[in-house]
Design a protein around this ligand. Structure first.
Ligand SMILES: Nc1ncnc2c1ncn2[C@@H]1O[C@H](COP(=O)(O)OP(=O)(O)O)[C@@H](O)[C@H]1O
Ligand SMILES: [Mg+2]
Length: 383
């Protein structure tokens, strides 16, 4: 953005209609940037906000007409039809991140190979076409190994830790596709960490503080920032995250999931080419949230300060407890009465057990007290 020229306010198109799109739209709105949304499902969380439309996003005409009303198009998830959109993109409209970045991230085998070629530290892995390749790879790596789907996994669905060959043989049919599956050495990590990186098309980037991801039942339960790690390890984690995002030419916000081993080695687990659950704390916790920096980065606008606004920030997820439509809740009064609790409810039309329905963030100067209040508020909300 040249400092001396006037400019009009752009329109951002978002492919996807869930909570990430909703929070992107909220950040865009603050900057006077219009958003339009295209989703195959109606009544997602985005309906609260944007110029939302439901349409078949596998249809080239639907994509073309949507794109013609936008200046920049982004995706809420790596599963949105980016390649199809790229095929029909009108002149002067950009798709960010680009389809090649999305393509390589959404396949865990291609992603691992790309990062390894760029010299990034990863768990030892092998891309296996057949079960017999996988059996050979696992015996070389040594059990246990983690068998991962190449594509389509989330929240731990799509992975299995297998202790021996019999378990590998059993897991293979469910997790392998025609082109096979990924076999990774099991990392006995000390902690899971995450770093968000916002990057402009020219490569300029900012990295967020290192977040500690507290997992429960293979799901992100809470995020504690800053992670309770030494400054040296934090600096190493941020450097590795920044290099990983350069390696995939990520534009917008990219989240980097990391493992910290017992001897303070940092390994890249995986990348997400979008704002991420581990960065939700930044709405209240950072000077500029991951969502706002995503919007700024895809517009090629100056990036905001990713630093914390308090000594500590903790986010706790609110998961569904029952199956129902529309969701009903108890405990909102109690949650809202907890001092400093920022309550986010996504507005999903259906609740299911363990589905991410919202989150609570608390920031403050005492990490333990902040965590206690965030846990209490999140637990109160029973959806
Ligand atoms: N190589 C590994 N060693 C140990 N644990 C792993 C390994 N890979 C994944 N995990 C565990 O499984 C979780 C989900 O794996 P991940 O690859 O991040 O898949 P997704 O987030 O797509 O479900 C991780 O957050 C981590 O807890
Ligand atoms: Mg993951």
């Amino acid at each position: 953005m040249p400092s001396d020229s006037s400019q009009s306010f752009p329109t951002v198109g978002i492919l996807g209609g869930g909570q990430l799109g909703k929070m992107m739209a909220a950040a865009a709105q603050q900057l006077g940037v219009r958003t339009r949304l295209l989703s195959p499902k109606d009544a997602g969380p985005m309906q609260f906000f944007a110029d939302a439309r439901t349409g078949d996003w596998t249809d080239a005409d639907v994509l073309r007409s949507f794109a013609s009303e936008c200046d920049v198009i982004t995706v809420e998830s790596e599963w949105a039809p980016a390649a199809e959109m790229a095929d029909v993109l009108p002149d002067g409209v950009s798709l960010r991140p680009g389809p090649s970045t999305l393509d390589l991230i959404k396949d865990k085998g291609v992603q691992n190979r790309t990062l390894a070629e760029a010299g990034l530290p990863l768990p030892a892995f092998a891309c296996c076409r057949t079960l017999s390749d996988a059996v050979d790879a696992a015996s070389q790596l040594g059990y246990p190994v983690v068998l991962k789907q190449f594509r389509g996994s989330y929240d731990g669905y799509g992975n299995a830790t297998v202790e021996d060959e019999a378990a590998l043989r059993q897991a293979w049919p469910d997790l392998s596709a025609e082109d096979g599956a990924l076999v990774e050495a099991f990392v006995p990590f000390e902690r899971e960490l995450a770093v968000q990186v916002a990057r402009r098309p020219g490569g300029q980037q900012v990295t967020y503080p290192v977040a500690y991801t507290v997992q429960r039942d293979h799901r992100c339960h809470a995020v504690v920032v800053p992670a309770p790690i030494s400054p040296d390890v934090a600096a190493k984690a941020r450097d590795i995250a920044a290099s990983a995002v350069d390696a995939v030419d990520g534009v917008g916000l990219t989240a980097v999931e990391l493992f910290q081993t017992e001897d303070d080695e940092i390994l890249v687990n995986e990348l997400a080419p979008r704002p991420h659950n581990t960065g939700h704390y930044s709405i209240e916790g950072a000077h500029t949230s991951q969502f706002e920096n995503h919007i700024r980065a895809i517009l090629d606008w100056p990036l905001g300060n990713p630093g914390l606004r308090a000594d500590a920030a903790v986010m706790v997820n609110v998961l569904g407890h029952r199956d129902g439509h529309p969701p009903q809740t108890t405990g909102m009064n109690e949650a809202l009465s907890i001092s400093g609790a920022a309550v986010h409810v996504y507005g999903k039309p259906h609740v299911r057990p363990n589905r991410k329905m919202g989150h609570v963030t608390v920031i403050g100067d005492d990490a333990d007290d902040v965590r206690r209040r965030a846990e209490e508020a999140a637990a109160a909300i029973q959806l």
